[in-house]
Design a protein. Structure first.
Length: 367
C-alpha cells in the first residue's frame, strides 16, 4: 500500500462561548483548523487534524501547518502509510523540526492502519480500558464571580474536572481560585492553569495565597527552571504543560521530581506515534497524564479519545472534548461527551467520516 495523494482543507471553528481567554490577555474567537486527508493507492483514505491555539501560545500557527505540509507532502508520495515508525523517521529526515506540521499526517495514517486491520485506533494503541474516561472543562479567564458561575453551569452538565485559566493579576487569580473552590463538591478537582503567565515572584505569592485550597497548580511560569522553583516552594499537586515537548524533558522532570501530572498534547509530539511513546513512558514512570491537544474539532477529538481510552485509568488524570467547545461539526461519528465523560469509537480506524459540505475544496492537493 502506498500514499498517492495528500489534501489539506481549511475550516474555521467558532466558539459557543464567543471567545476563549487565558493568561497575558490572549484571546481567540475563531480557530483556524487544518484537516488532512491521506489517500492510498488501494482507495483507503485516512484523516487527521491540526489546530494550533493561535500563533501566540506555542511555536506553531495555522498557516505554518499548511506551509509545512506543502513542503513535506511531495516527499511522502509512494510511502507506506501503515509503517508508522518508518514514516515518522522519513518525515524527520525531509523536514527538520516542526512536529505540529507532521501530526495530522501521522494521525491520518493511524486511521488508515485501523481501517486495514479492521480495528479502532485505540486497540492498536494498547487496547481500550473500561467503558469511558473522564473529561475536564477549561474555564476561560474572566472575573472571579463569572468563572465561578461557569464552573457551576458545567458541573450541572456532568463535568467534575475544571481547568481554571489564571496567569493574570496575582490578587485577582487568588480570588478566582478561592471563589471557584468554594462551590466545588466532593470528588471535583480544580486546576489553576497559569499558561506560563506569572513571573516567578507572582507565582510564589499565588501558591502562598491559596495554601489552604485544594487545587493543582499548572505551568505557573515560562521556563522549566522557574516552574521547578515554584514546585519546591509548595505542596500543591503540580502540572507541567508548555514545557512538555519531548521525551528528554519527561525524563528530566521525573529525575527532578518536577511534576505530578503532565499534559501530553498530540500535535506537540508530532502525532499519535510519538505521543503514544510519551504516554507509555509516563505510565512506566508513574506520572499521571492529561491527554489532549492544542485545540481542534471532531477529528482532533477523535484522536484524543483513542489515545486517552487506551491509557490506564489509574494514570489518566483527565482528557478533553474540544468538539463541544465549537459550533461547527466537521465529521460524522466523532465521540461526544456524556455526563462529563467520553468514549472512543468502536469502528475501524478513527471511526469518523468528514462532512464534505463543511470541508469544501482542498487548499493543498499533492499527488
Amino acid at each position: 500500500m502506498k500514499i498517492k495523494r495528500i489534501c489539506v482543507y481549511q475550516v474555521d471553528l467558532p466558539l459557543h462561548e464567543g471567545n476563549y481567554s487565558w493568561s497575558g490577555g490572549k484571546s481567540v474567537d475563531v480557530f483556524d483548523s487544518s484537516i488532512i486527508a491521506v489517500e492510498t493507492d488501494s482507495g483507503l483514505v485516512g484523516h487527521g487534524e491540526v489546530c494550533p491555539l493561535g500563533p501566540f501560545y506555542l511555536p506553531a500557527y495555522a498557516g505554518g501547518v499548511r506551509a509545512g505540509i506543502q513542503e513535506l507532502a511531495p516527499h511522502l508520495i509512494g510511502c507506506d502509510p501503515t509503517r508508522l515508525a518508518a514514516l515518522n523517521d522519513h518525515m524527520d529526515r525531509v523536514l527538520k523540526g516542526h512536529p505540529y506540521v507532521k501530526s495530522g499526517i501521522d494521525i491520518a495514517c493511524w486511521d488508515i492502519l485501523g481501517q486495514v486491520t479492521g480495528q479502532p485506533v485505540c486497540e492498536l494503541l494498547g487496547g481500550r480500558y473500561e467503558d469511558d474516561f473522564v473529561l475536564y472543562r477549561a474555564i476561560s479567564q474572566q472575573a472571579p464571580e463569572v468563572m465561578a458561575e461557569n464552573v457551576a453551569q458545567y458541573r450541572e452538565e456532568g463535568y467534575r474536572r475544571f481547568q481554571l485559566k489564571v496567569g493574570g493579576n496575582p490578587d485577582e487569580d487568588i480570588q478566582r481560585i478561592k471563589e471557584v473552590s468554594a462551590i466545588l463538591q466532593p470528588g471535583d478537582k480544580l486546576v489553576a492553569d497559569a499558561n506560563t503567565g506569572w513571573a516567578l515572584h507572582e507565582a510564589a505569592r499565588v501558591v502562598r495565597g491559596v495554601r489552604d485550597v485544594d487545587v493543582y497548580i499548572e505551568q505557573p511560569c515560562l521556563t522549566y527552571e522557574e516552574c521547578l522553583s515554584i514546585r519546591r516552594r509548595t505542596d500543591h499537586p503540580f502540572v507541567l504543560d508548555e514545557n512538555i515537548d519531548g521525551i528528554d524533558v519527561l525524563v528530566r522532570g521525573h529525575a527532578d521530581l518536577a511534576m505530578d501530572v503532565v499534559n501530553i498534547k498530540i500535535s506537540k509530539f508530532g502525532g499519535l506515534t510519538r505521543a503514544r511513546l510519551a504516554r507509555d513512558l509516563c505510565a512506566r514512570l508513574g506520572i499521571a497524564m492529561t491527554i489532549e491537544d492544542s485545540w481542534g474539532g471532531d477529528i482532533t477529538t477523535a484522536a484524543i479519545a483513542h489515545l486517552a481510552h487506551s491509557t490506564t485509568p489509574e494514570l489518566l488524570f483527565t482528557s478533553t472534548d474540544f468538539n463541544s467547545y465549537v459550533t461547527v461539526s466537521t465529521a460524522e461519528g466523532a465521540p461526544q461527551r456524556q455526563n462529563g465523560r467520553m468514549a472512543a469509537s468502536t469502528s475501524p480506524g478513527m471511526g469518523i467520516e468528514p462532512r464534505r459540505e463543511v470541508l469544501g475544496d482542498p487548499v493543498i492537493d499533492v499527488h
